[in-house]
Design a protein around this ligand. Sequence first.
Ligand code: UDP
Length: 410
Amino acid sequence: MLQEVHVGHKFLADYQSVVVRPLIEEIRELAEGLKGARVLHINATSFGGGVAEILYTLVPLMRDVGLDAEWRIIMAEQEFYEGTKITHNALQGNAIGLDETQKRIYEKNNRLTSESLGKGFDFIVVHDPQPLLLRHYAGDLGAKWIWRCHIDTSTPNQEVADYLLPYIQHYDTALFTLNDYVFKGLDIPIKVIAPAIDPLSTKNMALSPEDADYVVSQFGVEPDRPLLLQISRFDPWKDPLGVIDAYKIVKKEFASVRLALVGSMATDDPEGWSFFTSTVEHAGDDSDVLILSNLNNVGNLEVNAFQSRADVIIQKSIREGFGLTISEGLWKAKPTIGGNVGGIPQQITDGESGFLVDSVEQCAEKCMWTLDHPKEAKIMGRAGKEHVRANYLTPRLLRDYLKLFTELKG
Ligand code: UDP
């Protein structure tokens, strides 16, 4: 089954003060040739994780510039999501693949879902592996089909990659975040397009220090103590346990430091709960470690407040397709430390606009340097913000999609 996600209104005109004018003009020009085009985005969840984050802005902006865009999510039985999480992990390099039963569940749910697609779309953009098989079961339906992979597929479990490859081959084009992620043996047109954040969303809009302090104080964060922060799903690839270990090292030098781990529970992530429990256990009874989720009412404004208030933003991932949280931290001009993997080095130039780390010890060391050098860290944060402005804000992503649609239409 496919369920429509209702998005609010957004206006490209509002972004004129945040990005350069030629970009806005280019978008308007491209949109002129695509007026009324029907675009369908399909993914697996409307909540939690980067894809939902992107679509909440991209879809209304596509509408604002004249396209008839909509967003639907695939709704399936629990076993389907267990299988797709295995697929996700396998594509990021995990040795465990799908067994035959799991493959049949994956295929069955895609086949049944394909029956409710309907016709009349000009472009169908399928995000990530969960709905990937729709193109195979639906036929082309007179649309151009685009598969958008958001995952770090640089060193995939080859058996799973080989199983998916023929299904990807049915698409008119595939989009990846980095060249390194392109599936070996894929011979359809490929584009490399980075994701983006919405600078005007509740999560990223400017928040005064007073407002940020007030919001985080509701969660017991004191204004005068240094705060380390990681915002991410409770997922081993995001390495929250490593972040806790780094914090423990920092704590020996900076006794007043606190750590906040904020992670949402995505509906398509059945592993989230058990890993949440492991994370809580790993933190032990240290009351200076705060572990929160959307179930504690940490929504977009609260995430913004934590990011705006943090002294150091960490994203110590071991694999990371892109890592929107890095751009979100840098957009707030915050000292940001990221794992040296996947899309993170695109966003952070080590030592200039943040730090890239390969270990717990390095992460701790860079946190301590940052706490010791607030002025220098601020300069780095500002450099990071300008890098994000130039490359990772939604109008650029919108432009890239419109360019692609124009090419496919031609
Ligand atoms: N996020 C959130 N609340 C949380 C945890 C994450 O709103 O408790 C958001 C985060 O701000 C970012 C997105 O979820 O916008 C995560 O995207 P990212 O690319 O970093 O990772 P993904 O979850 O897609 O692997």
